[in-house]
Design a protein around this ligand. Structure first.
Ligand code: DQA
Length: 140
């Protein structure tokens, strides 16, 4: 199975950005472990701080499922929601932090209604759990 992970704005700074919330591990370091844990499945990864790049990645995706952490665009981007709606590949919304326990603005997700489901609050392990959701999907 082929999985694409898309990380949005500021997630390139994982490891040093607000470590009390996001932990002190870089995504690149976690990705090595994730690929080991998902041995047998292919994991592609891209990160961008730019909304249009994320939309282009969604449009161009060729895989069985997409794990999307849209960062703050989660709460603001109708354009990313429209891009998810426009493609046939299932998208799982992921957050490292438990957004429901944070500021009110983070309680709203414009992408949640067009994603297959949401996994939030399990630290970097949220990505592994999302990968399991794709791999174990009864539709595959
Ligand atoms: C985040 C939560 C968002 O509210 C925030 O803007 C992020 C990271 C998370 O993974 O917890 O950049 O998506």
């Amino acid at each position: 199975m082929k999985i694409l992970i898309i990380n949005g704005p500021n997630l390139n700074l994982l490891g040093t950005r607000e470590p009390d919330i996001y932990g002190s591990r870089s995504f690149e370091s976690y990705l090595v472990e994730l690929r080991e844990m998902l041995d047998g499945d292919e994991v592609e990864y891209m990160q961008s701080n730019h909304e249009g790049d994320i939309i282009d990645a969604l449009h161009g995706a060729s895989c069985d499922g997409i794990i999307l952490n849209a960062g703050a665009y989660t709460h603001t981007s109708l354009a990313i929601a429209d891009a998810i709606k426009a493609i046939q590949i299932p998208v799982i919304e992921v957050h490292i932090s438990n957004v429901a326990s944070r500021e009110a603005i983070r309680h709203t997700s414009l992408i949640a209604p067009v994603c297959q489901g949401t996994i939030a609050g399990f630290g970097l392990n949220s990505y592994f759990l999302a990968a399991q959701a794709i791999i174990m999907s009864p539709e595959r």
